[in-house]
Design a protein around this ligand. Structure first.
Ligand code: MN
Length: 737
């Protein structure tokens, strides 16, 4: 039997503990009352619920609220929301109830918390999506994420009573999502604890082994630390500074991680630790100089490695971290990291930026709002390291997704490898259809430009622009592809109408009455798949009607001429490259971007000959082997050993010059064409074959075909072109014609 009276007392004790932790909030009677109201409401709502461990459910929200106050340094609003965080999802309390009783802000935060638990299900493939949702919520109100992290921390601390399979899922998600998130938000000690708890759950024996070994070696570490720090201590005391020096051993998780990554035993990593000097500064004004003074003392005794000096005091990290790090040589010949910071900085480093406002007057949510705005700015500002919040994630989490921003700071997620054109279509079909190019991080780029996370993209459009066939090669997203296709189809239809009129005229002239059958016959003859395609090719002159003389016309019907079967077949024979006819040639193979001549062997599986499209494959024992790109082994080689493929092409050695193409993009400036041609013809004596250019909305987009002697001749030309006023980019076109 559960002693309900006793339980009630214990719950009240837990609540009192929470209030004690909320030092700053309980000073104000009105605030205290609101917290009490939240507690009463949660207690009532969860009254019939118990946790897996058997204890009353209310212990969980109380514990989460306490973590928020004590370990993250959050204020009353967050505590209220933490107390109520599971009510809307699991009880009869609605968001309206919360808004009526507490207010709009509280309702919004709890709505965010409820939404996250809705999206964060334990499906591995959804993890990236979960993170995206979480980031989006983050830009609404960071408290949602902080409370969510507190919720997760308490669940991890009490994970023991869960079913084993659920434990493992939660632990892996914690490692994947919540620990890195806590890290990014500067919640260092929570991050470490989440990692350790996850490891303990996943690898209980390994965890215990490391833990035991750490305890056994503690004395050795402590001896080293006290010996190392004693001269520093003395010197700092002489200067009248108040401080604390401690050795910070690595967490069990990070030791395990290092053992795993480097494949080394515990003995080789256990003594890795940092020494931390925490200074109690007189005031915030002297903090910086205090830190540097301590640095000066440390380096008086130990030789620093200058390359590893990190000054986050002058320029704090985006997540609020401030500290001075140096690595020095200890008397035993070991490098030791020394972290120098003030008490305030240490608090922020351990608890995150939220701890910061504790130091401000008036103690308040308003300070917190400032921080929220800062984080929001981080997400919106695409420049430089301000984005390192997402940056880290981009590298290891989002192999399949990127995050880019509009000039207004709106985030868009796109598949990895998406182009500026994909982005344009993601903004709006109209924007995509009239896309001319883009500015990525304020630099002009072509619409085929591949985006990376954090890019800020501004699309340049022109009313004269419309989707083109080759755009399909530049896009990755389904949306863009289908929009381009349907637009091309529309355009074809329009053009086809003219062809239809032309054919109708011809049919009338020849008195064709069975139009449908006749159309089918013509489709077969011209090898087109639909009447629209037939009309289109007629309209564009690809098919010349010539009074239908190529057909027999009988009884109002278009028929194939006798022997036409042969012609239809002939049509199907692929064209053989005709470029090798005539002139004696001296074709040789060259390799790589620099078109070097290297030793090679021709692969016997496909026996390439000059003129064939080829690639080189670097074999283990036989040097480079050259295959045809359509060799039956090509796909397998390219997909499994892409890194061993070397670009290979035939060139005619007897010709002194090679034809190559350059794409020039720039800002249209009066005389830009003139200046470009001048550079090409006069300055470098390069023969230009053609120059095509387009100019829209002030963007110059030109293609130049030139004859050059070799690659250095070409790069010389490119660098000269880049100096022409207005020119932004010069790219070599690999495919000619
Ligand atoms: Mn919860």
């Amino acid at each position: 039997m559960v002693d309900l009276e006793k339980e009630k007392k214990e719950i009240l004790e837990a609540y009192k503990g929470l209030l004690k932790a909320a030092k700053h909030s309980k000073k104000d009677p009105a605030t205290k009352k609101r917290i009490r109201k939240a507690f009463d409401l949660a207690l009532e709502a969860h009254k019939d619920m118990r946790r897996k461990s058997g204890e009353p459910y209310i212990y969980h929200p109380i514990a989460v609220a306490r973590i928020c106050a004590e370990e993250i340094g959050l204020g009353a609003t967050s505590m209220i929301c933490a107390l109520l965080h599971d009510t809307v999802e699991d009880t009869r309390i609605t968001l309206e109830d919360i808004e009526n009783i507490f207010g709009k802000k509280e309702a919004l935060i709890i709505d965010g918390l409820t939404k996250i638990s809705g999206v964060v299900d334990y499906n591995v493939s959804l993890q990236a999506e979960n993170f995206r949702k979480i980031l989006l919520t983050l830009s609404e109100d960071v408290r949602v994420i902080l409370i969510k992290i507190a919720d997760r921390l308490h669940n991890m601390r009490t994970i023991g009573s869960m079913r084993r399979d659920k434990q493992l899922k939660i632990a892996s998600e914690t490692l994947f999502l919540y620990a890195p998130l806590a890290h990014r938000l500067g919640l260092h000690s929570i991050k470490s604890e989440l990692e350790d708890l996850s490891l303990q759950c996943q690898e209980p024996e390994m965890f215990e082994e490391i833990q035991t070994k750490l305890e056994k070696t503690q004395a050795v570490r402590e001896r080293f630390i006290s010996k190392f720090s004693s001269p520093i201590k003395k010197s700092l005391e002489e200067k009248g500074m108040k401080f604390e020096i401690k050795g910070r051993p690595k967490s069990i998780y990070s030791i395990w991680n290092k053992m795993n990554k480097k494949n080394v035993p515990f003995e080789e990593v256990y003594d890795l630790f940092a020494i931390r000097i925490i200074i109690d500064s007189e005031s915030e004004d002297t903090e910086k100089s205090d830190c540097w003074q301590a640095y000066s003392v440390v380096t008086d005794y130990y030789q620093p490695n200058i390359e590893r000096l990190r000054d986050w005091v002058s320029a704090p990290k985006a997540n609020g971290y401030e500290s001075l790090h140096t690595t020095v040589m200890s008397p035993t010949g070991k490098w030791v990291e020394v972290q120098i910071r003030t008490r305030r900085m240490d608090d922020i480093a351990e608890k995150g930026f939220a701890a910061h406002w504790k130091y401000k007057e008036g103690g308040a949510e308003s300070q917190f709002d400032i921080w929220i705005n800062q984080v929001r700015e981080l997400l919106e500002n695409s420049e430089g390291n301000a984005l390192d919040l997402i940056d880290d994630f981009k590298l290891n989490l989002f192999a399949e997704e990127i995050y880019v921003f509009t000039p207004e700071g709106d985030m868009k997620s796109l598949p990895y490898g998406s182009s500026a054109l994909d982005f344009a279509f993601a903004v709006h079909t109209q924007v995509g259809s009239s896309c001319l190019g883009a500015k990525v991080n304020n630099k002009l780029v072509p619409l085929s430009y591949t985006l990376t996370s954090g890019d800020q993209v501004e699309i340049l459009t022109s009313t004269k622009q419309k989707p083109k066939e080759d755009w399909l090669n530049y896009v990755k997203t389904h949306r863009a592809k289908s929009r381009i296709k349907s637009s091309l189809k529309e355009e074809r239809k329009e053009i086809a109408k003219e062809g239809q009129l032309m054919l109708d005229k011809e049919f009338k002239k020849n008195k064709i009455s069975y139009e449908n059958i006749s159309l089918k016959t013509m489709q077969t003859y011209y090898k087109v798949s639909s009447p629209i395609e037939l009309y289109y090719q007629i309209a564009t002159g690809k098919i010349k009607l010539k009074g239908l003389k190529e057909f027999d016309i009988k009884n109002g019907l278009v028929r194939l001429k006798r022997g036409i079967q042969n012609r239809v077949q002939k049509y199907l024979i692929p064209k053989r490259s005709s470029s090798k006819k005539g002139m004696p040639k001296n074709d040789v193979l060259v390799f790589g971007d620099n078109m070097e001549k290297l030793d090679y062997k021709l692969a016997s599986c496909c026996n390439p000959i000059p003129g064939d499209e080829v690639f080189g494959f670097i074999t283990i024992n036989e040097g480079i082997k050259v295959h045809k790109t359509n060799c039956s082994n090509a796909v397998q080689l390219m997909s499994n050993y892409a890194y061993r493929i070397i670009k290979t092409r035939w060139i005619d050695e007897s010709k002194m010059e090679f034809l190559t193409g350059l794409k020039i993009i720039g800002i249209d400036d009066k005389g830009i064409v003139n200046n470009i041609t001048q550079v090409i013809s006069n300055e470098l004596n390069v023969n230009m074959r053609s120059l095509n250019f387009d100019s829209h909305d002030g963007i110059f987009d030109g293609t130049v075909m030139v004859f050059v002697q070799d690659i250095s001749h070409l790069s010389n030309l490119i660098s000269k072109l880049l100096k022409v006023k207005g020119v932004q980019r010069v790219d070599r076109i690999d495919k000619i014609g």
